[in-house]
Design a protein around this ligand. Structure first.
Ligand SMILES: Cc1cc2nc3c(=O)[nH]c(=O)nc-3n(C[C@H](O)[C@H](O)[C@H](O)COP(=O)(O)OP(=O)(O)OC[C@H]3O[C@@H](n4cnc5c(N)ncnc54)[C@H](O)[C@@H]3O)c2cc1C
Length: 155
C-alpha cells in the first residue's frame, strides 16, 4: 500500500481535510480570533479535500463522457487499468481506501461510453450517499459533463 501521508502525525494531510479543519490543525490565528476577518485565501494554495474532489470528479466524468462509444479491446482494458491505478494513488487516503473497496465490488464497466459514464456516476453517488449529499440522476450525466442542459442554459 503506498504511503499517502495521513499517518505522518506531525504533518496533517491537507488533501484529506476540508480547509477549515486543516487550518485548525495548523493552529492558525485566523480561526482563533473570531472578531477579526481572516485574510482571503490566495488562489494558488494546495488543494484541500473538497477542492481536490470537485476537480477530480470533473476530470473523471468528462473523461467518461468523451470515452469512445465503441472502444477497442485495448482501450477498454486500458480504461479498467486506469481506474484501478487511480484508486491506489488518489491523494486522500481514506477516500482512496473506500474507493478501492467500492470498485472491487463494482469493477469498471468499460465496454462503451454510456456504460462507463453510468458506472462512474453510480460510484460518485456512493460517495454522495456516504457524505449525505443529494443523489445525482445518472440519466443526465452527459448533459452535465458533455452536451449541456437540454434547456439550453449552457449554450
Ligand atoms: C474518488 C473520490 C472519492 C472521494 N471520497 C471521499 C470521501 O470518502 N470522503 C470525503 O469527505 N470526500 C470524498 N471525496 C470528495 C467528495 O466526493 C466531493 O468531491 C467533495 O465533498 C466536494 O463536493 P461538492 O459538493 O463540491 O461536489 P462534488 O461531489 O465534488 O461534485 C461535483 C459536481 O459533480 C456533479 N455530480 C454530483 N454527483 C454526481 C454523480 N453521481 N455523477 C455525475 N455528476 C455528479 C454535480 O454537478 C456537482 O456539482 C471523494 C472524491 C473522489 C474523486
Amino acid at each position: 500500500m503506498p504511503s499517502h501521508g495521513v499517518e505522518e502525525e506531525d504533518k496533517p494531510c491537507r488533501a484529506c481535510s476540508d480547509f477549515k479543519s486543516w487550518a485548525k490543525k495548523q493552529n492558525r490565528v485566523t480561526f482563533t480570533a473570531p472578531t477579526k476577518q481572516p485574510p482571503p485565501k490566495p488562489k494558488d494554495c494546495p488543494l484541500d479535500k473538497d477542492e481536490l474532489g470537485k476537480a477530480t470528479w470533473g476530470f473523471l466524468h468528462s473523461m467518461a463522457s468523451y470515452y469512445p462509444e465503441k472502444p477497442s479491446k485495448a482501450q477498454s482494458e486500458s480504461m479498467s487499468k486506469f481506474f484501478n491505478i487511480f484508486a491506489q494513488f488518489y491523494p486522500c487516503e481514506p477516500c482512496a481506501l473506500d474507493f478501492q473497496e467500492d470498485i472491487k465490488k463494482h469493477p469498471p464497466k468499460t465496454e462503451s461510453r454510456d456504460k462507463l459514464a453510468k458506472w462512474l456516476c453510480e460510484r460518485h453517488n456512493t460517495v454522495n450517499i456516504k457524505l449525505g449529499k443529494p443523489v445525482f440522476d445518472c440519466s443526465k450525466v452527459h448533459e452535465r459533463w458533455k452536451d449541456g442542459w437540454l434547456d439550453g442554459s449552457c449554450d
